[in-house]
Design a protein around this ligand. Structure first.
Ligand SMILES: Nc1ncnc2c1ncn2[C@@H]1O[C@H](COP(=O)(O)OP(=O)(O)O)[C@@H](O)[C@H]1O
Ligand SMILES: [Mg+2]
Length: 295
């Protein structure tokens, strides 16, 4: 494992009586993608805000790109980019004008700004839309512009708070491709998501945040292996899955699970065995099986 780009120890945060983060420890190696999974209200944004200096923690230590957050917040700010920070994107201006303006504001000369703007429009597939007002952009285009804006001056660490929430499947995949490219360029990426598939697709390391704690962390395959070896899926005549049952993958345990199933589903129901998905892992961890297991 190489250098650690983000290191967090014993982080605590409460808002009034509400404990939001209750002892967070994590380490993200440089050049990797870390995905923080959690339901709405789990505290993902709070953690990103603390790591990116927008909010303060009650206790704990944070080092980002070798800078200590409490003694060198400016150093941290200089080492990170955060999307969503340009809520002030001017909808009346075009994508190109917005990018050019931010390049100029960040100290680039007019010609360097033109060049950087062209590079970013190209990299984020916004060339065709460059001359259109941002007000007319789709959700996916806006998200790509937002990402481009945060990379006007590339920094070693990038924070993405729910980068694809609300996007359609195609825009989401387009964004994933761009995030992978940034990782290939050596950037360390810390993202939050509610989508298990997104964490599975993008992350070297996944952590699940629930009740203020990281209740599990590891690579997607580590998490899957830890929460069962095989899942039995039982479907009805219409091929609708009516039950999912975790097993350890042995004949004995599969048999046990099927005997159990026979008591609750019709004997002519269909059975398939598959590898566990991130969805299974998440449900096992957060104990919300009832949301998928119908029947
Ligand atoms: N500035 C704030 N003041 C009071 N409570 C807050 C504040 N920000 C977040 N919270 C609360 O902290 C909890 C976690 O919120 P948040 O970090 O936004 O979760 P997530 O991003 O995972 O949806 C929620 O219960 C939210 O209401
Ligand atoms: Mg949030």
């Amino acid at each position: 494992m190489g250098k650690i780009a983000i290191e967090v120890r014993g982080l605590h945060k409460r808002y009034g009586d509400k404990i939001v983060l209750s002892g967070i420890d994590l380490a993200v190696p440089a050049g990797t993608v870390f995905a923080l999974l959690g339901r709405n209200g789990a505290g993902k944004t709070t953690l990103i805000h603390i790591l990116s200096t927008l909010a303060s923690a009650d206790a704990g230590e944070v080092r980002i790109a070798g800078r200590d957050l409490s003694s060198d917040a400016n150093g941290v700010r200089g080492a990170i980019s955060l999307t969503g920070q340009f809520a002030a994107v001017d909808a009346m201006l075009t994508g190109r004008e917005n990018l050019h303006m931010l390049c100029r504001l960040s100290g680039l000369s007019p010609s360097a700004s033109r060049q950087r703007t062209a590079e970013l429009l190209d990299a984020f597939d916004l060339k065709d839309a460059a001359g259109k007002r941002v007000g007319s952009y789709s959700g996916g285009m806006r998200r790509r512009l937002d990402l481009a804006l945060s990379l006007v001056r590339p920094k070693p660490v990038l924070f993405l708070d729910e980068p694809t929430t609300g996007l359609d499947a195609m825009s989401r995949r387009a964004l994933w491709t761009m995030i992978r490219k940034l990782r290939e360029q050596g950037m360390t990426i810390f993202l939050t998501t509610q989508y298990l598939e997104e964490a599975d697709e993008l992350a070297d390391q996944i952590a699940v945040l629930a009740d203020g704690r990281l209740i599990a962390s590891g690579s997607a395959s580590e998490l899957k292996a830890r929460f069962g070896e095989a899942v039995i899926e039982i479907s009805n005549d219409d091929d609708v899955i009516i039950r999912t049952l975790p097993t350890d993958g042995t004949i004995q345990d599969v048999n046990r699970a099927l005997q159990e199933a026979l008591r609750i589903v019709p004997a002519n129901a269909k059975v398939a065995i598959r590898q566990p998905s991130m969805e299974d892992v998440f449900l096992a961890l957060t104990g919300r099986e009832e949301e998928v297991a119908v029947g």
